[in-house]
Design a protein. Sequence first.
Length: 186
Amino acid sequence: MGTAKERLLAAAARLFYADGVHATGIDTITAEAGVARKSLYNNFSSKADLVSAFIDARHEEWVGLYRARASTASTDSGRVLAVFDAYIDHANDAYAKGFRGCGLLNAASEFPAGDPARDSVRIHKEQVERLLAQGLTALTDNARARELAEHFSYLVEGSVTRAGLDGTPERLERARDFAAQMLDDL
């Protein structure tokens, strides 16, 4: 069952993804987690602190999916495509209200520019682009790798957004195919 903190974070993750950060109240989170309201404040100083923990946990979850995919890739191109595969894996998870796209982008959209939650999501997306650049460096020079990483980042983010609107991973799978074709041309 996990500690109260783990249950609170898991409940918040499910509810934030399904209903949104601002639409999800503390009482709903504590009821879903099966803990008293005081437990939330014993583990998180505020809802903002819980949101920050959610973003960090979601980021680590995605990084774990990526690392698992990258570790089984047998080529440099396969390690680049592991970024797409991790998003596809994410899209194929079971969600209470269906796949709605990137949980981090969904959360970021609820906060104004400059908000710490939004900045945390930006940092995650920058790390994804760095992972793409690292993989691409094995296939081309550094300047071209950075340029392609930015291009692939747009491809990933656009396709995950469209996949979220569609509720299926098909757009991500097509984006992966486009990226594979581009890698074949290097």
